[in-house]
Write a protein that binds this ligand. Structure first.
Ligand code: FEO
Length: 168
């Protein structure tokens, strides 16, 4: 694997593991608030991000590349309310999308057709990730200060389950 592409993959593995860590921090916020459905929603996010990182990890190894173990940054949660946190998730996912796009640009520059094809899964996944959280933001705006509706949403989010993705 081209060294520049290998580095870009390693950066993205780190970004996915940072996402896992960030969502773990958010899950903790909701556990402490006793909104266990939201906590469950974030638990699925945590597992998905781990799977995203590991998918790239396996791919780099499969291609004969090296894994670089870099420090995972401390997660920075700026918001302190439900809507604010969800907006932070959307912004974070947009950042991830731009990183995946930049990684795909590198794969294109070095003409690595196999890597371009592999990354296609991630590009599609990002569309879904952004759509999921956008819908949740719309619902939260609709709910406003209605505590009863918020608890109903919490119950609904408790049903979300993690389905291990088949990547690539
Ligand atoms: Fe791995 Fe939420 O993107």
């Amino acid at each position: 694997m081209d060294k520049r592409l290998e580095k870009a993959f390693n950066d993205q593995i780190n970004a996915e593991l940072y996402s896992e860590y960030l969502y773990l921090a958010m899950k903790t916020y909701f556990k402490k608030a006793n909104l266990l459905g939201f906590a469950n929603w974030f638990d699925v996010q945590v597992q998905e991000e781990h799977a995203h990182g590991m998918g790239m990890y396996e791919y780099v190894l499969e291609r004969g590349g090296d894994i670089e173990f870099k420090a995972i940054e401390k997660p920075e949660m700026k918001a302190n309310d439900i809507l604010g946190i969800m907006e932070e998730v959307l912004n974070h996912e947009k950042w991830v999308t731009s990183n995946i796009n930049a990684l795909t640009d590198v794969a294109e520059e070095v003409k690595d057709r196999a890597a371009i094809s592999f990354l296609d899964w991630y590009i599609k996944e990002q569309v879904e990730e952004e759509a999921n959280v956008s819908k949740l933001i719309t619902t939260l705006k609709l709910i406003g200060d209605d505590k009863h509706a918020l608890l109903m949403l919490d119950k609904e989010l408790a049903t979300r389950v993690f389905n291990p993705p088949v990547i690539g």
